[in-house]
Design a protein around this ligand. Structure first.
Ligand SMILES: Cc1cc2nc3c(=O)[nH]c(=O)nc-3n(C[C@H](O)[C@H](O)[C@H](O)COP(=O)(O)OP(=O)(O)OC[C@H]3O[C@@H](n4cnc5c(N)ncnc54)[C@H](O)[C@@H]3O)c2cc1C
Length: 495
């Protein structure tokens, strides 16, 4: 691995906090400018590896190791598919990923593009040409086709028709520009909609947990069309092959880090920004908690960009440094948390009833446990459930969610493992690892966001301070478009 790290840079011109997609895209874009590079660009990431929310830190122990050893170990392990964790970008729709990749690629020179290709060269056999399916699980595995085509253990025929209508009719209808006769009021709240209120209590009780599993908590208080859009997306957007670069096993984050380091961007991983002070000379002082170099606990810069969700900036700088619209956003928009339980080497312990034609990327939904899961390309199963914002794994709501996830897992494991899991035991095999992760900001934009919140400012309340990421509903509807547009907006202001 290339190890072009320059730890002498303690007063770079620019510091980017966060190595998720927004931090990486911004670093790639601005480091094309030789002047900015010469003045110093530092990217700070608290996890051992880059990638952001989708890439969980490896469970390895890094104490006493230097950056080079840690990076080599992570990369070595990743290329051998050891300790790879998190969905990576695999769970995102292929159209999103294709567009994202074009943005990343557009900031590479021809030579870098070739290096990038070289980096991924041996991995193309991974690509998966199957179309993705969904299964609903109580006792049996009910495919989406079976679910919609008639009665199953999940829905009666009548209920499946109603459910299909929520999935197919309304979001589609809104998108069909030729259809001007829509009877839908776009601002109606789901629970107040005629389509919902006219249903029987029993039907509502059957559909509610499915909606919770797909849309998330408080869906009934969301706009009717947003709920229908989430349902529609669940069944339609995962249907295409995703570009191979984005499988977790491909280590995209290492490919990008390699290019950034070679250009001269300093990347400090396992380094958390815990406070930002603003000094007179319009300099920012960042107080750091650095696991690798604990004594190196402060850095100064002239320009500071938070490439993390806005909510997360709150603990780092005073709220008075937010603009009014940013401030309104963090006070009014309640983020959602995601609890994830990941089981590695899933194929060796899967249920005897496992359907034959399941492939990676297929989704499974557990109405009773209000949870989902999907199988990654490298054989890990990721169970997840959304809940109201929580910070700690010890919070009662999170513990309750974890036990739901374990009950869901028990439904798709071999009976011997399922029994152990139900008793609360870990899966008893050395090779298999089970991890529980809390993502405190799964979706920063819940669908019930008040429509008057239109954050479009990436500049914050002090000169030289910016933010980018997916907290900018004024830029676009989709999170990835907010990321791209906010990053480009910051880059423009920096130039
Ligand atoms: C399950 C799931 C499904 C999703 N599906 C989609 C989808 O289908 N389409 C879509 O467009 N989007 C989707 N999203 C949203 C998408 O994940 C986000 O838009 C995207 O990850 C935002 O990237 P980011 O770089 O802005 O933030 P993040 O990925 O959160 O990156 C921020 C980084 O900053 C680091 N960090 C945070 N605080 C500090 C600190 N104080 N010091 C140092 N480092 C710090 C974090 O460790 C993290 O690596 C989904 C999200 C989840 C969780």
């Amino acid at each position: 691995m290339d190890n072009h790290l320059n730890f002498e840079v303690t007063k770079p011109e620019i510091v980017i906090v966060g190595g998720g997609i927004s931090g990486l895209l911004l670093a790639l874009k601005i480091s094309k400018d030789p002047k900015k590079l010469a003045n110093g660009i530092v990217l700070i990431e608290k996890q051992p590896q880059l990638g952001g929310r989708f890439f969980f830190s490896s469970s390895a122990n890094f104490s006493g190791k230097n950056y080079e050893e840690i990076t080599n170990e992570l990369f070595e392990n990743s290329s051998k598919k050891i300790n790879l964790s998190g969905p990576g970008f695999e769970s995102m729709p292929s159209v999103t990923l294709e567009a994202l990749f074009r943005h990343f690629e557009s900031h590479l020179s021809e030579e870098e593009k070739n290096e990038f290709e070289e980096f991924f060269k041996n991995e193309n056999e991974n690509s998966n040409t199957n179309t993705h399916k969904s299964y609903f699980i109580k006792k049996e595995f009910v495919s989406d086709r079976e679910l919609f085509s008639g009665s199953s253990e999940i829905l009666t025929k009548k209920e499946s028709e109603i459910f299909r209508s929520f999935v197919e009719d309304f979001y589609q209808e809104k998108n069909n520009k030729e259809n001007n006769n829509s009877v839908l009021n776009e601002n109606i709240i789901f629970e107040k909609s005629q389509q919902w209120t006219e249903l029987s209590k029993a039907t509502k009780e059957t559909l509610s947990p499915i909606f919770t599993a797909i849309v998330g908590p408080n869906w009934e208080k969301s706009l009717f069309l947003n709920v229908c859009k989430s349902l529609w997306s669940f069944f339609h957007l995962q249907k295409k092959e995703i570009p191979g670069y984005f499988y977790r096993g491909m280590c995209l984050e290492f490919g990008i880090a390699k290019i950034l380091k070679k250009r001269g961007v300093v990347i400090r991983t396992l380094c958390e920004v815990i406070r930002v002070n603003h000094t007179k000379e319009s300099l920012f002082q960042l107080i750091l908690s650095d696991e690798v170099m604990p004594l190196n606990n402060s850095i100064h810069c002239k320009k500071l960009i938070f490439a993390i969700p806005l909510t997360k900036c709150l603990g780092l700088i005073a709220k008075e440094h937010f603009t009014p619209s940013q401030s309104r956003f963090v006070s009014k928009v309640r983020p959602v948390s995601l609890v994830v339980s990941e089981i590695s080497h899933f194929h060796s312990i899967k249920s005897e009833n496992w359907p034959e034609n399941v492939s990676s990327g297929d989704q499974f939904l557990f109405p009773v446990e209000r949870a989902q899961c999907f199988l990654t390309q490298d054989g890990r199963m990721l169970f997840s459930t959304k809940l109201d914002y929580e910070e700690s794994l010890q919070a009662p709501a999170v513990r309750e969610a974890v036990s739901r996830l374990r009950r869901a897992a028990a439904r798709v494991l071999k009976s011997e493992y399922a029994e152990e899991l139900k008793k609360g035991a870990r899966i008893p095999q050395n090779k298999i690892s089970e991890r529980i992760v809390l993502l405190p900001v799964a979706y920063t934009i819940p669908s019930d966001m008040p429509s008057n919140i239109e954050v479009k400012e990436t500049k914050m309340g002090i000169d030289g301070l910016y933010c980018c990421g997916d907290s900018f509903p004024g830029f676009a509807e989709e999170p990835w478009k907010m990321v791209v547009n906010s990053v480009y907006d910051v880059a423009m202001q920096l130039s």
